[in-house]
Design a protein around this ligand. Structure first.
Ligand code: SF4
Ligand code: SF4
Length: 91
């Protein structure tokens, strides 16, 4: 399930650098997540890095509109990082 950023975002930018899939960018009013690149941090970290570093509670949340299995998320990660191996314990 890709993550999304809610309207609570204060545009601090902390999440953008944390996303190793480069899925987060600055939008017109708040930061936004590209669901084609977000793997829920599968392949990267045990927990979602954007949610970990965000100073606002429940601002980076799983998006029910983009439901995916762990296998689908891992496949997405592999397409984004050809030739690399996912970090152990993240999938
Ligand atoms: S959950 Fe992970 S991959 Fe998805 S936007 Fe947040 S930091 Fe990026
Ligand atoms: S860390 Fe949170 S508040 Fe800061 S830009 Fe990202 S989503 Fe917005």
């Amino acid at each position: 399930m890709a993550y999304k950023i809610t309207d609570e975002c204060i545009s601090c930018g902390a999440c953008e650098a944390e996303c190793k899939n480069e899925a987060i960018s600055e939008g017109e009013t708040i930061y936004v997540v590209d669901p084609e690149k977000c793997t829920e941090c599968v392949g990267i970290a045990e927990d979602s890095r954007c949610a970990e570093v965000c100073p606002i509670d429940d601002c980076c949340i799983a998006d029910p509109a983009h439901k995916e299995t762990k296998e689908q998320l891992l496949e997405k990660w592999r397409k984004l990082h050809p030739g690399e191996e996912p970090a152990p314990g993240t999938y």
